[in-house]
Unconditional design. Structure first.
Length: 241
């Protein structure tokens, strides 16, 4: 009797409850970063900074230089995360340009829902032997010798992109290799030369065994800035998402 006296919920009310539940879940998914006190940018930054893969890309390979007394190779710096910038976003997936010390860059694909870095792209790296050879070639170059005679020192060797003289440099992400490829240029080891707190760059062609370009502080800063601009506008083989 009591069961028979209870009225059933109208169909429209059931549908309304269902729609409200879906809307609540969707709203929570969208507002979750706000509820936790983090914007999507802040959440992505936190994920990137705590990623072993990103740390390995920027810190795992130390910047190697020459001890002025013993002439031995020594670690002169460890590149850490300096700043980050969103370059692409598709739902929970974001692509972040990660800037390290002294022209070291990485690109990280981040999934905000899983809170993890799913892919890291870097410039092709040079071995310690190749860096040592680059320093040897740089020190033998008359132009570099002139800078060193002014009190300069070689602080290390980093991988940097250099453009061809007759074309603009651009970048592309290669999924399979996990590398940042250069179009209209190439990646070369560059000796970082410091004079009076100003930085010169000497690009070395290891195959030819010669310095192919020396950049004064103004030109060096412009090249690093152009690399960063190009990385922000690069295209990937596989779309984000």
């Amino acid at each position: 009797m009591r069961r028979g006296l209870v009225a059933r919920q109208p169909v429209w009310k059931t549908a309304a409850v269902f729609i409200s539940a879906v809307a609540l879940i969707t709203g929570l998914a969208i507002a979750l970063p706000l509820l936790t006190g983090q914007s999507p940018e802040e959440l992505a930054a936190s994920i990137v900074r705590n990623s072993p893969e990103v740390q390995a890309a920027l810190v795992g390979t130390p910047v190697v230089g020459v001890d002025p007394v013993t002439q031995d190779l020594v670690v002169v710096a460890l590149a850490g995360v300096v700043e980050m910038e969103f370059t692409e976003e598709d739902g929970d997936n974001v692509r972040v340009l990660v800037k390290g010390e002294w022209g070291r860059y990485a690109v990280a694909d981040v999934n905000l829902e899983a809170r993890e870095v799913t892919r890291v792209y870097t410039f092709p790296e040079f071995s310690d032997e190749e860096k040592a050879r680059a320093i040897e070639v740089a020190r033998a170059d008359p132009g570099v010798q002139g800078i060193l005679d002014q009190g300069g020192r070689i602080d290390g060797v980093i991988a940097l992109a250099i453009g061809d003289t007759d074309g603009a440099i651009s970048f592309k992400l290669h999924e399979e290799e996990g590398e940042i490829a250069v179009e209209g240029g190439r990646i070369l080891p560059s000796a970082v030369i410091v004079v009076d707190n100003q930085t010169w760059l000497a690009f070395v062609d290891l195959d030819a065994g010669e310095v192919v370009r020396i950049l004064d502080p103004k030109s060096a800063a412009e090249v690093v800035a152009s690399i960063e601009t190009g990385l922000k506008g690069m295209k990937a083989e596989t779309p984000l998402g």
